[in-house]
Design a protein around this ligand. Sequence first.
Ligand code: ZN
Length: 277
Amino acid sequence: MPELPEAEVVARRLRERIMGATLKDCWVGRRDIIREGFPTLAWHRGAAITGVERKGKSVILTCTKAGESRYLVAELGMTGLLLFRLHAPSFAKHIHVRLTLEGGKEQELLYWNPRRFGRMSFLDRAGLDRYLTRRFGCDPLTVTWEEFRDLLQTRRGRLKALLMHQQVIAGIGNIYANEILYRARLHPARQANRVSVSAIRRLYDVMKLVLDEAIRAGGSSVRDFFAPDGSEGRYKRQHLVYGKEGQPCPSGCGKIIRRMVEASQRSSFYCPACQRK
Ligand SMILES: [Zn+2]
């Protein structure tokens, strides 16, 4: 958690609320929360926020000053959030970066990350290009059918691991991988290169559909996900298999949803009848 839909919700809210604002100050609480570019932090003071984008599970702010643009990348990854304010006093101890803003609709942007799995980076254009090439595969929302088909047909890995492999397909985590595979009627442990073209097509269409539905519902609030304004996502109510071990399969097939723990230690939830291996 956050995965692609949640990061997309964050990026959209930031676009509405802080585009055009000036970064008055950047405070960093822990030096080790900055992955790259700590020495260039001072440059960002006085820069205007001229763009907000999502890549995989990360949000990228474009900061522009005197005709030059630099970039601030916030990895939301497993436990990161960008918030306009503290929603509970207990949040205070896990705020690692505070951006003070001027001239937009919000006064602050806080980077909250209790488990510190994600980091923030301050990058120039070349640094951003390197960062993106190294870390992100294709985007599920924009990948074409031909690219997606070729990706799957040339991989020997298991379907679920492949869907979650950020350097292959960026943005899908455990929750959406489970939901997508169930809706596509594909077993999580199927070998990717042994799936028929028609099944890959089904997976491609369902992937886009599920992610789009989740974005429209504001994402899934499982454990700690809140949009920057503190609102919760509603998509959890539409989950069909994630966290539903022991419950009847929603398709009405009569079987019970199972949980399987793979080598990666992440739980797979699936229906043994609807998703045959
Ligand atoms: Zn079933």
